[in-house]
Structure formats: C-alpha cells, structure tokens
Design a protein around this ligand. Sequence first.
Ligand code: ATP
Ligand code: MG
Length: 415
Amino acid sequence: MRYSQLFSKTSRDFPKDEVSSNAQLLIKAGYIYKEMAGAYAYLPLGLRVVEKIKQIVREEMNNIGGQEIIMTALQRKELWEKTDRWDDEKVDVWFKSALKNGTEVGFGWSHEEPISEMMKNYINSYKDLPIYVYQFQTKLRNELRAKSGIMRGREFVMKDMYSYSTTEEAHQKFYDATIDAYLKVFERVGLGDLTFLTFASGGAFTQFSHEFQTITEAGEDTVYLHREKKLAINEEVLTEEVMNQLGVKKDELEQVKTAEVGNIFSFGPTKSNQLGLNYVDEDGSSKPVILGSYGIGITRLMGVLVERFADEKGIIWPEAVAPYKVHLIGLNLEDENVKQKAESVYQVLKKMNVEVLFDDRLDASAGEKFADADLIGIPYRVVISKRTAEKAELKVRAESKSKEVSLEELFEAFK
Ligand code: ATP
Ligand code: MG
C-alpha cells in the first residue's frame, strides 16, 4: 500500500469529547473515525488490525471444532420473552425498534436465544451433537456510558461461540478446551503475560463464569491476581469461601485494574428447557441440550492492545496484529536514483509477500514521515534515502537504535 494513496491521514487532533487514549491514538493515526460516542468506523488501517485479530481467533476456534456462521442482527421479541430477557429491567442494553406493521424487534446484543431456536431445526438425536458454532458480528448495546473509546462501544465487534452438548461431562470438556484456546489467542496477540483466567459471578447455572482479564489502567474492572497460580478473582466474588475453594490466601493476592477481553459461561440445560431445545438420547428419552456461551471482544481487544503497547510517540503494535509488517520510508524521492531504489525495495518486499506500507509522499518532510511512522506503530521501519546510498536503514519500532544494512541483509531479514 502506498501511503500517498491512503485516504486516511494522520492528524495531531482528535474530537474534543474523546477522553480515552486508545481512541485518541487510533483517530490521530488514521485507524478509526468517530461517528458518535460509542460508535467508531474502521478505516483501511484499522480494518486490517481487526481482521488480523479475527483471523487468530478464527484459527483457534476452528481448531477446537468451531463452525463459522453469521446470524442476523434483527431479533424476535418472543424468543427473548420465553427466557425472560426481553424486559429492559432484565437487560438494560437493548436497542429496540418496530417493523412497519408494528411488530417489535430487538437489535442483537447477544445471540443465545436466536441461535438456540435455530438449532431446533438441526438437532434431533444425540447423533447430531455436539455442535459448536461461532460468529464475528457487530453487536449493538445501548451502554449507559461510552467513555473508554473502542473498549466500550454501543456498536462493537464480538466473537461469540455457542456449544451444544449432550451431557454436563461432554460440555465441561469443551468448556476446558475453550479456556485453552482463549489463552492461546491472548498469547498470540501479545497479551499472554498480561491476561488472567478470572473467576467471576456465575452464569445462569454454575457457581462461576470465567472471564479473561487483561491488566490495564484503562480497564473498568478490578480483580485480585494470584501471579504464581496465574489466576484472578473478580472483586464481585471475592469472599473467604471462594478463596478457600481456589486454595489462595488474601495476602497472596494483588489488586489490579483490568479490562475484560473475554467471558465464557455455562447455561446448563436452562435455556434449552425454556426454548424447548431437546434431543432424543440413545435410550429413546428426550433431554435438554446443554448450552455454553463464549465471547471475545474483538474491538475491545484492539483498544487494550493500544493502551498497553504505546509510548509518547504513538502505537507499538505486536507483530501478529500490526496492519503491515514494514513501514518503508522513501526520502529525497525527487532524486531519480533514490526513487528507483525505494520503488524496487517496495516491489521486492511485496513479491516476498511481506506486507509493506510505502511512504512515497513527495510533499512531506523527513521529520513528518518519521513522526507518522512512530504514530502508526508498524513493527519495522525501513528508510531509503540519498544518505543510505546502496544500503538501507532498519529500525524496530519498539527500539531506539537503527542500523544500516545492505539490501541483501534487508531482504534476508524478512524472508
Ligand atoms: P462488560 O462487563 O464489560 O460490560 P459483558 O460482561 O456485558 O461486558 P459479554 O456479554 O460477556 O460482556 O460479552 C463478551 C465480550 O464482549 C466481553 O468479554 C467484552 O470483551 C466484549 N464487550 C462487551 N461489551 C462491550 C462493549 N460495550 N464494547 C466493546 N466490547 C464489549
Ligand atoms: Mg462480563
């Protein structure tokens, strides 16, 4: 991608009402556009990051047997009435509307009810189970406060997965496999050391739900960490009894601010009982399907990454989610020789399938180009200029020193 062609430009400004540092940085660097509080558009650079995160999640969900689908955003009132979750008193984030004929509809804030209803068409006998389905979808939630940038949107991308199992044991096995898959996801995006499996208040059926909480001052949650055991307890369930049960003592725990990047819980047979989702077992008897629900906040995760990986100059993306791997800067491009060299480095890297953002602007100073590269935060910066002559300058965004390398060495480094 040529920077001169990219319509989203960097700027020193951001909307006055934007108080979160993740959104400030992402707006300044040209990743997102703020439509209104809690609603952001993803521009070419931002979309690339979202897609990178989604792909990592997709691979790990496929790995444990997940099948990808997309449900509808419009939802039927009667399904949510059956499970007593239509009332605004019960679910306080509903956006609702009505069809021309007056029929009330809801905008999907979660999908247990419609997916489970749909599964009545595909689940008859024990032979049809288990089924694991997931989607990446824009969820709509009428959040009271949206001051955390893309970490709390009224519109945001979630990966939600649902498991349908015959027995509690079979369900538990998949639930545990999901915990492992989630830990892999957070490891792969660069948050492994900062993210903790957290015991939180239960779903409809079990004592606990499990959250995945990442340490950040920008988070809205408070948890108590046990670093050695690599677990945490959400303050909402921190009692003497729970600590005993988990084999930890209060003075071993460290209070930290965190952001919930994932949340998984078990509904047991409750939802299936309410909706009439049953299967015929081997002995011919009818039984409710066991449901589990597993979320990851894709765009929240992106916000957390920006909160955690930045310095005073801008973002520092972990390689796995960066929009491009190399930020190629051409200086003195009015010089035909230098221009040709920069162009050829760009072409060679592209041929090698290295993702490159090529700053080929003629009307920007060296200072501007360096500042923009630091703000955008691509992991490797390569400079071709009159001064570098037959060589190139290579710098890692996270480090302060650059080094001169020959072009062979440069291409070797990105092989
Ligand atoms: P929170 O407690 O932060 O409001 P939640 O418990 O309501 O979140 P879930 O319904 O479990 O969230 O959704 C699954 C995941 O989606 C969460 O773990 C979080 O990462 C993400 N998420 C939830 N609400 C938002 C939001 N308003 N904006 C961005 N991501 C969100
Ligand atoms: Mg939660």
